[in-house]
Design a protein around this ligand. Structure first.
Ligand code: AMP
Length: 282
């Protein structure tokens, strides 16, 4: 695996490979890699000739400074996992090479209502930060295909919008959520849970599965309130439990019996914020 720290060197290398006919796939990450990330790398490898992963903990997408400071960093283990998974290139930039002009006055993106609901509402500025970094990473890598996880459902929609706004010729491939045996969605932040919290964390998946089982045409409020109740009883501080249209994330109060839906949860255990989602009807 070749490691590039500098975007210009990376672009020059990738341009040479593309000129030879290589198709490039890209898996952006913030590191502290787990099987969810590695599955994206494997899917990327299966689809293209050259797999590029990046590790960059982007300061501009953290609305909570403490979350940024505490974000797990396990770079040696990450490199080892990427090599084992057959990743061809790792892009490992520092903040100055992604934002040479600093992080003040960066462009903003018109994401419409996606910025006002769910993660957009509870993490102001988060999706602007995500777009700022992904826009720059895409400029450096210019991939044919971009691989992202459904675990971050709203982020996938935001990136689809970013690709439209920037007119990039990159297709977004959304990969299924990889879970632990008890259903907990794999996440770098799980590393910050203590053993007791780690056991409780699987409640999120039980709540989502319960919502899927209980879904029936008609009002959805009781399903949502029951989800909040179970999470709070387990000790979570709930940001939201929502049921939304799967295609555009509009929150839904009633179900007509056939519109595809997704349930989404964001909740804190201690100071660790976890998110997850599950298709209810597809
Ligand atoms: P992150 O390092 O958390 O920014 O995630 C990098 C990419 O991995 C994003 O596209 C995530 O959606 C994806 N990802 C994170 N966790 C999972 C998971 N459990 N299953 C599948 N993809 C995931």
């Amino acid at each position: 695996m070749i490691i590039y720290h500098n975007p210009t060197d990376l672009s020059a290398y990738l341009d040479r490979q593309v000129a030879k006919g290589c198709r490039v796939g890209f898996v952006p990450t913030m590191g502290a890699l787990h099987e969810g990330h590695i599955t994206l790398v494997r899917q990327c490898r299966a689809a293209v000739d050259l797999t590029v992963a990046s590790i960059f903990v982007n300061p501009t997408q953290f609305n909570d400074a403490r979350d940024f400071q505490k974000y797990p960093v396990t770079i040696d283990a990450d490199i080892h996992q990427l090599v084992r998974a057959g990743c061809d290139v790792l892009f490992l930039p520092d903040v100055a090479s992604i934002y040479p002009e600093g992080t003040a006055g960066l462009p903003s993106y018109d994401l419409g209502y996606l910025e006002e609901i769910l993660e957009g509402k509870y993490r102001p500025g988060h999706f602007q930060g995500v777009c700022q970094v992904v826009d720059r990473l895409l400029k450096a890598v210019n991939p044919h295909q971009l691989f992202m996880g459904r675990k971050d459902y709203q982020q996938c929609m935001v990136i689809k919008k970013l690709l439209e706004l920037t007119g990039r010729n990159t297709s977004l491939i959304v990969c299924d959520t990889i879970r632990e045996n008890d259903g907990l969605a794999m996440s770098s932040r799980n590393k910050r849970l203590d053993p007791e919290q780690r056991k409780l964390a699987a409640t999120i998946y039980r709540v989502l599965s319960g919502m899927r089982e209980s879904l029936a045409p008609g009002p959805l409020q009781s399903l949502i309130s029951e989800g909040v109740r179970i999470l709070e009883a387990a000790g979570f501080r709930v940001d939201y439990v929502e049921i939304c249209r799967a295609d555009n994330l509009e929150p839904q109060a009633n179900w007509d019996g056939h519109t595809p839906l997704v349930a989404l949860v964001a909740a804190f255990l201690g100071e660790v914020r976890l998110i997850d989602n599950l298709a209810l009807a597809d």
